[in-house]
Design a protein around this ligand. Sequence first.
Ligand code: ZN
Ligand code: ZN
Length: 352
Amino acid sequence: MKALVYRGPNKRAMENMPRPEIQLPTDAIVKITKTTICGTDLHIMKGDVPTVNEGRILGHEGVGVIEEVGSSISNFIVGDHVLISCISSCGVCANCKKGMYSHCESGGWILGNLIDGTQAEFVRIPFADNSLYHIPVEANEEGLVMLSDILPTGFECGVLNGQVKPGDSVAIIGAGPIGLATLLTAQFYSPAEIIMVDNDDNRLVVAKTFGATQVINNSLGNAAEKIMALTNNRGVDVAIEAVGIPASFDICQTIVTAGGHIANVGVHGKPVQLNLDKLWSQNITLTTRLVDTISTPMLLKTVLSGRLQPAQLITHHFTLDQVMEAYDTFADAMTEHTLKVIITNSDFTVQV
Ligand SMILES: [Zn+2]
Ligand SMILES: [Zn+2]
């Protein structure tokens, strides 16, 4: 089968790989209909994620159709249309019982990391009963690809951990797909202000149409000053870091108001400086999280009802044969105005 394979830092190739097979009774094989590329895949390509070995098929997002099920699978049968969670979870270990699927003792984020992922014609999904979701017949398949990772990540790591409340002032540093997913889901709680910060004007224009009340271009590095001016030097109740670099974390710790929350969402490759000398007395809460995807069933309902419209994050379409070009377009987001790309396995269309 065709697959996008990691061949070491800055090397990737479209290759013919063996089709995955059932290894455990709890596995399912899914024929991918649509997948996408994540910012995390770009981190992997840079060599920032040491757990990913050469020869790994990348990708942890997608939708498809069940091709084969292991003998203990009870929730799904061959032919079911399914959404794949980026987190594989057994549902029975101590961490899963706490709802912390991200740290499942035999799962977690393994797809496209420790095991082969979704940027291929077929993928093996471990613990399929607990890691796949049924897609109703009427659903927009493309929009649902956004539910594999970015919507639960923005919502759980940013909005829930940041404890966004009605009337709050919220600043989201980073208007990439994750920052925009955070912006969309923060509005469930009716904050009074949502300030979006990015260096890319195109993304800020999109953020405005997605509900941002203020946008700030940080090309000059003065976003913190501008936010303090906008809030009469009070700062914001919730500062959400959605980039993963020291400078954006620094904005968050400068703008958080007394009693506020800093919620980190970004994937960090370097240490940051924590200014405890200023923050120790400020009653703030700092949170970190790897997405658990525990909110996926709830988010699925909001998408099906039209309350949340994740398809608006999709800017480009490719076929699986064009996956190399899709990576280039996704990596060059500033020039190409890319948010999320959809990669379709065009050899296969869903019969409904
Ligand atoms: Zn991801
Ligand atoms: Zn588990």
